[in-house]
Design a binder for this molecule. Structure first.
Ligand code: FEO
Length: 135
């Protein structure tokens, strides 16, 4: 059962970024499926690695957009990305030893981080990109 579901209210108005966010949700939903279901827990390691790699890719794309558009809150936004990546990295490392570390509590934290970050920080970027496109 997935406890994370994409909601179009989370769209920031940039097609590429919105598509990438949906992919992050899909990967997280799959992890929920493994954590609460009877699927082989060995898949947790692979899926976490996928999520880790895709997150790095997505953050990199977003940060390029921020730099190109001289986004005022770049440093703050980037720091949030770095903290999240470092937590995800530590989690992926632990899961290599013991897949059961990925429990509902951690997934809830992960989901909540994604929703909050997209709703606040990424939407600020979306507004900046929209304003620039109007010029
Ligand atoms: Fe979509 Fe700032 O992460």
């Amino acid at each position: 059962m997935s406890v994370i579901q994409w909601d179009n209210d989370l769209c920031i108005g940039h097609e590429l970024i919105d598509t990438q966010h949906k992919r992050l949700f899909e990967l997280t939903a799959k992890l929920y499926g493994i954590a609460v279901g009877s699927e082989d827990k060995a898949n947790v390691k692979l899926l976490l690695l996928d999520l880790y790699k895709y997150t790095l890719f997505h953050f990199d794309e977003e940060e390029v957009l921020m730099r190109i558009n001289n986004f005022l809150y770049y440093d703050d936004h980037r720091r949030e990305h770095e903290k999240f990546v470092s937590t995800l990295d530590a989690l992926a490392l632990k899961a290599r030893e013991d897949a059961s570390v990925l429990d509902i509590e951690i997934l809830n934290w992960l989901s909540s981080w994604l929703v909050t970050h997209i709703s606040i920080k990424d939407k600020m970027l979306g507004q900046c990109l929209f304003r620039d496109a109007q010029k």
